[in-house]
Write a protein that binds this ligand. Structure first.
Ligand SMILES: Nc1ncnc2c1ncn2[C@@H]1O[C@H](COP(=O)(O)OP(=O)(O)OP(=O)(O)O)[C@@H](O)[C@H]1O
Length: 400
């Protein structure tokens, strides 16, 4: 009898492999050529260039929709500067951190501190006041006479973390130079939320946005060129059918030209083709990949909801298209079934609007004559998806 594991391993060893270098399809890969971003590369370089001349660059804000190459361009400019400063003995520190990878402001500051060279003893991973952590970062810059550039990716997320603690750390970061006697600190913020600035303190806006660069959206043709370049490096020749390539470009380029989505689609479609032992990626592989990615996204977003939001979603699933009042009574029953105290109707109404923003449900206002108006909600995803995802949740297993 054949062994199912051996069968698969044999197929993988002897079978067709159309992807010749998987790493090139990873989101962190920095390609040699960055297409369609000449002026953005020039602008970021111009802005950071003073550091090579031993003076402090202005703080910089880089904006643009997701997947428009912001991180890629900034990282590439930093690595080129790094190559050059390694040859000189001017103490420059280029530090990159992503706010989304840290759940607390403390964690983010510690990650910056570690990259500055502060160890656990000099900067413990917890237990200090934020102001003390911040002071230790500045003292390190000062004592070592460092010229530091802090790149903070997804800075809009940091702004949210800061808002939660009520500390004006962003303001302090942007104005750190006033507290340094030696060395300097420049802040480069990257944001894909174009409206995030509107929520900041005006003092922060003026110091953080000393310079601003906006990354425009890629169009479908540009996405196609980026894909062709990547395919050339990562796949064996002639392994992507032209209609498949066009479909990836159209799917990723349709909304706002998201190069990350395009490359992810390409990778997933390539993997599906390999798994099916096909020697070409076809339009069907791309469709399947797109569906799979969409499902993963929905599943991830469903899993991230807190318990009461999940209960609301189950309530809607049970009576799709029902009114706020009906959802509320069904939700109350579910709370009883899982042994949790119910929240107020007012809070649930508010939560419904928040969930609607995520796109998982959609609401429609219904006028009921003399009875006023109510909002009816329905799921935009399948109830199977909700069942499948929540079945893994011990506290929800019995009610889905
Ligand atoms: N012009 C380009 N040429 C080649 N690859 C690109 C280009 N622009 C983006 N990419 C690739 O697309 C992916 C997303 O790019 P990047 O991370 O820079 O986007 P971003 O604008 O920072 O997005 P986000 O705001 O979501 O972080 C990366 O894998 C990157 O290599």
């Amino acid at each position: 009898m054949s062994d199912p594991i051996d069968d698969l391993l044999d197929a993988a060893e002897s079978g067709k492999s159309i992807i010749k270098n998987r790493d090139i399809l990873h989101y962190s890969y920095i390609p040699d050529i960055i297409l369609h971003r000449k002026s953005e590369q020039e602008q970021v370089t111009q802005s950071l260039l003073p550091i090579l001349k031993k003076s402090r660059p202005s703080n910089l804000l880089v904006y643009g929709k997701p997947g428009t190459g912001k991180t890629l361009v900034v990282k590439k400019v930093l690595s080129k500067i790094q190559e050059r400063v390694e040859k000189s003995n001017f103490p420059i520190k280029l530090i990159y951190s992503n706010s989304k990878e840290e759940t607390t402001l403390y964690g983010l500051l510690v990650s910056l501190g570690r990259q500055l060279g502060l160890n656990e003893k000099e900067l413990p991973s917890n237990g200090l006041a934020i102001s003390v952590v911040f002071k230790r970062l500045l003292t390190k810059i000062d004592e070592d006479k460092l010229n530091a550039i802090f790149v903070i990716d997804e800075i809009d997320y940091l702004a949210q973390l800061v808002a939660k603690t009520g500390k004006d750390i962003l303001y302090q970061l942007t104005r750190a130079n006033e507290r340094l006697t030696q060395g300097s600190l420049t802040l480069v913020g990257i944001s894909n939320d174009l409206t995030f600035k509107e929520r900041l303190d005006p003092r922060v806006i003026s110091s953080l946005g000393e310079e601003e660069i906006v990354f425009t959206n890629y169009n479908v043709e540009q996405i196609k060129k980026i894909l062709e370049e990547r395919i050339h490096e990562s796949f064996i020749p002639n392994s992507i059918e032209e209609p498949a390539l066009n479909l990836i470009a159209a799917l990723a380029g349709g909304e706002h030209g998201d190069a990350r989505r395009a490359i992810d689609l390409l990778r997933v479609a390539g993997e599906l083709a390999e798994r099916q032992q096909s020697d070409k990626v076809t339009i069907e592989h791309v469709r399947e990949a797109s569906q799979k990615m969409e499902e993963n996204k929905e599943e991830k977003s469903l899993k991230s909801f807190p318990l009461h939001e999940k209960l609301i979603l189950i309530a809607i699933m049970k009576a799709n298209g029902s009114s706020t009042g009906e959802i509320y009574s069904s939700y109350k029953n579910l709370c009883k079934a899982v042994g949790k105290d119910e929240l107020t109707q007012r809070r649930i109404t508010q939560m419904l609007s928040e969930i609607e923003l995520s796109g998982i449900i959609s609401g429609r206002l219904i006028h009921q004559g003399i009875h006023g108006r109510t909002k009816k909600y329905k799921l935009t995803i399948s109830s199977e998806m909700i069942k499948k995802t929540f079945k893994d949740d011990l506290s929800l297993q019995d009610i889905v």
